[in-house]
Design a protein around this ligand. Structure first.
Ligand code: 5GP
Length: 189
């Protein structure tokens, strides 16, 4: 890992975000999650599916710690746009490009908030009859969950506050940051 200066506070559109999860913590957890997946899916040739855009950095870090035979694919859903709360609608922007039938599918998400997106994804994938369906997400907001979603692997449980960095955006900004930052003022709205 290249050394870089730790930024403790950032501003986006006049909102302040404080450092919440450091790069070091995230990297250690990604390695741990990958080691669990390597054990569980050895000889199962899984397909890892990255949910764009938010998961692209977590996905690329996680996948480089995967040392078993595997494939990758990408799915893109509608985003929050420029807001900090979900519109409550999910639309598919880019569909899968792989043969799902009878394969072990591992979805890789940045964050599960209400669970609406993951429920949508699960329905989409299950319609193609995979052998198994698993979910790995870097972050989960347990207090925000509205749908009964099984999360097989998670990085961190976090409070119901808006976060950015490490792939996660606010109005398309901050995806490039190495750490995760939490909105200073209360709540998501
Ligand atoms: P859900 O459908 O579970 O309510 O929301 C999932 C999606 O909402 C995530 O993939 C992510 O794009 C977005 N999201 C949820 N919470 C946050 C957050 O705190 N920060 C950012 N940047 N995006 C979020």
């Amino acid at each position: 890992m290249s050394k870089s200066k730790i930024i403790n506070k950032i501003k986006i559109n006049k909102e302040t975000f404080d450092l919440y999860l450091t790069e070091k913590k995230i990297q250690a957890r990604s390695r741990y999650l990958a080691s669990k997946i390597n054990k569980k899916f050895a000889d199962k040739d899984p397909i890892f599916i990255c949910v764009l855009n938010g998961a692209f950095i977590f996905f690329s870090d996680l996948i480089r710690h995967i040392n078993i035979d595997c494939e990758v694919d990408f799915l893109k859903l509608s985003s929050y746009g420029d807001a900090k709360i979900s519109s409550g609608n999910v639309t598919l922007i880019k569909d899968l490009n792989c043969e799902v039938r009878n394969r072990n599918i591992i979805m890789v998400e940045d964050i599960v908030d209400t669970g609406l997106s993951m429920r949508y994804i699960k329905n989409l994938v299950m319609a193609h009859h995979p052998k198994s369906f698993s979910v790995v997400t870097l972050l989960i907001k347990p207090d925000s969950l509205k749908y009964d979603i099984k999360i097989d692997y998670f990085g961190f449980k976090i409070p119901n506050k808006f976060v950015v960095g490490y792939g996660l955006d606010y109005a398309q900004k901050a995806r490039n940051l190495r750490s995760i930052y939490q909105l200073k003022t209360n709540g998501k709205a």
